[in-house]
Write a protein that binds this ligand. Structure first.
Ligand SMILES: Cc1ncc(COP(=O)(O)O)c(C=O)c1O
Length: 382
C-alpha cells in the first residue's frame, strides 16, 4: 500500500541518534540543528530517557484515564516546579494541535463565546479549531472554515481592542515567537496590552508554547519574557523529546467539570515516564542556562557572516534571514555538509532548532559548513 503523499521528503533515512547527531542507514553522521522540528529537547537516545521509557513499558505502558495514574500528578508537580507557574492545573493530550484544540474549547466553555482572535502568519495545528486559527488557507478545509476567527497583524493593538470590545471573542491565541511563520515576535507593549484587554473583556488569553516552551526560548516559557499571566498555556513538542505528549496548563480561574474534556491516550503511563525524564534532565543538566549561553555564542557567530541580513528569534529558536530563498542552501547543508536545518513560511529564513544540550563545537561546525555552502551558492550564481 503506498503512503498518502503529503510530505516532500529529503532523501535521507536516519536509523539511530545520539545526543546532537543522527545516523543514516549507511552509517553517515548528521548534525541535527532541526531537532525533528523543535521536538528533540534533551538529545537523541538520552540514557535517562531510554531507561525511563524502557522500565515503564516493562511495568505498564498504558491504562485509560478511568484509574489513578500517579505519574500524571508527578509530571504536573515537576512542570510547576520548573516553570514557576503556580496554581495552574494540567490536562494531558498527545500533540500540539490537540493542546490548542482543548485550549480553545475551554476558552469557549468558560466565556460562553465563540469567536477567536489569532495573528497573521501564526500556526496552531491542524485539528478543527486549531487549524481555523492558523493563518494558511492551504491547510484549512471548508469544514474548518465555519469557525469564527479574525486574523490581525502582530502589534495591531487598536485592531485587537476594537475586536474584543465587540464582546463575542472567547480567546486570543498567541505564539510569543512565531515558529512555522518565521520567528517574528510582537513587542512587549503589544503582548502586555493584549493581555490587559483580555482581562477587561472576559476573553481568555492563550499562550501557544507548543514550540517555544520547555526552555527553548531561554526561559521555561517564552511568555515569561513579558509581564503576562495566560489563562491557558499549550505545550507539546519538547515535552516528550519525541514521545507524543502534549498538554494544557489551566489557570485556577477556569473550573473543571467531569466530562468537560477527555482523551483515550492522553497522559498514559509511558508518555508520563518520557515527560518526567525530560524534565529531570533539563533540571539536572542545567539545560536552560545552556540555551542562553549557546544562543549568545550562535548569534555572535552569525553576526560575522555578511550574507545573513537578519537574526530572528530567541534562545535556541532562531532564524537566519538571507536576501535569497534558502531551499538550495538547506539541501547543500544536508547532502554535502551533513547538517539538518529547518525552513519556514518565510522562504528566505533558515531555522535553527537544535537539542537544548548543543555545544560550542557543534555551532562551530555549522558556521564552517555555512561559509562553505554560501561560497558554493555564490559560485553557482556567478
Ligand atoms: C506553535 C505551534 N502550535 C501548534 C503546533 C501543532 O503541533 P502538532 O504538530 O504536534 O499538532 C505546532 C507545530 O508545528 C506549532 O509550532
Amino acid at each position: 500500500m503506498p503512503l498518502f503523499d503529503v510530505y516532500p521528503l529529503y532523501n535521507v533515512t536516519p536509523v539511530s541518534g545520539k545526543g546532537i547527531h543522527v545516523y543514516d542507514d549507511k552509517g553517515e553522521e548528521y548534525l541535527d540543528l532541526y531537532g525533528g522540528h523543535a521536538v528533540i529537547s534533551i538529545g537523541h537516545a538520552h540514557p535517562n530517557y531510554v531507561e525511563a521509557i524502557t522500565s515503564q513499558v516493562n511495568a505498564l505502558g498504558f491504562y485509560s484515564n478511568a484509574i489513578q495514574n500517579p505519574l500524571q500528578k508527578q509530571l504536573a508537580d515537576k512542570i510547576e516546579a520548573l516553570s514557576g507557574c503556580q496554581g495552574y492545573e494540567l490536562f494531558l493530550v498527545n500533540s500540539g494541535a490537540e493542546a490548542n484544540e482543548n485550549a480553545l474549547k475551554l476558552a469557549s466553555f468558560k466565556t460562553g463565546k465563540s469567536r477567536v482572535i489569532a495573528f497573521k502568519n501564526g500556526f496552531h495545528g491542524r485539528t478543527s479549531a486549531a487549524v481555523a486559527a492558523t493563518d494558511n488557507p492551504n491547510v484549512v478545509a471548508p469544514i474548518n472554515a465555519q469557525q469564527k476567527v479574525t486574523f490581525l497583524e502582530l502589534n495591531d493593538i487598536l485592531g485587537v481592542k476594537a475586536e474584543l470590545e465587540k464582546g463575542d471573542v472567547c480567546a486570543v491565541i498567541v505564539e510569543f515567537i512565531q515558529g512555522v511563520g518565521g520567528l517574528d515576535q510582537g513587542s512587549a507593549a503589544f503582548f502586555e496590552q493584549v493581555y490587559a484587554l483580555c482581562k477587561t473583556n472576559n476573553t481568555m488569553f492563550i499562550a501557544d508554547e507548543v514550540q517555544s516552551g520547555y526552555g527553548r526560548s531561554g526561559k521555561f516559557f517564552a511568555f515569561q519574557h513579558y509581564n503576562v499571566t495566560p489563562d491557558i498555556i499549550s505545550i507539546a513538542k519538547g515535552m516528550g523529546n519525541g514521545f507524543p505528549i502534549g498538554g494544557i496548563l489551566i489557570h485556577p480561574n477556569i473550573e473543571a467539570k467531569y466530562g468537560m474534556l477527555g482523551t483515550t491516550f492522553g497522559g498514559n503511563h509511558l508518555a508520563c515516564a518520557a515527560g518526567l525524564a525530560v524534565l529531570h534532565t533539563i533540571e539536572d543538566e542545567g539545560l536552560m542556562a545552556n540555551v542562553d549561553a549557546m544562543s549568545h555564542y550562535f548569534i555572535e557567530k552569525a553576526k560575522t557572516i555578511p550574507q545573513i541580513k537578519n537574526i530572528k528569534g530567541r534562545g535556541l529558536m532562531l532564524g537566519l534571514e538571507f536576501d535569497f530563498e534558502v531551499g538550495d542552501l538547506r539541501k547543500d547543508l544536508i547532502y554535502n555538509y551533513k547538517i539538518f536545518t529547518g525552513g519556514a513560511a518565510n522562504k528566505k529564513l533558515l531555522r535553527i532548532l537544535p537539542p537544548l544540550n548543543i555545544e560550542k563545537q557543534n555551532i562551530d561546525q555549522f558556521f564552517e559548513a555555512l561559509k562553505g555552502a554560501l561560497k558554493n551558492a555564490e559560485q553557482i550564481v556567478d
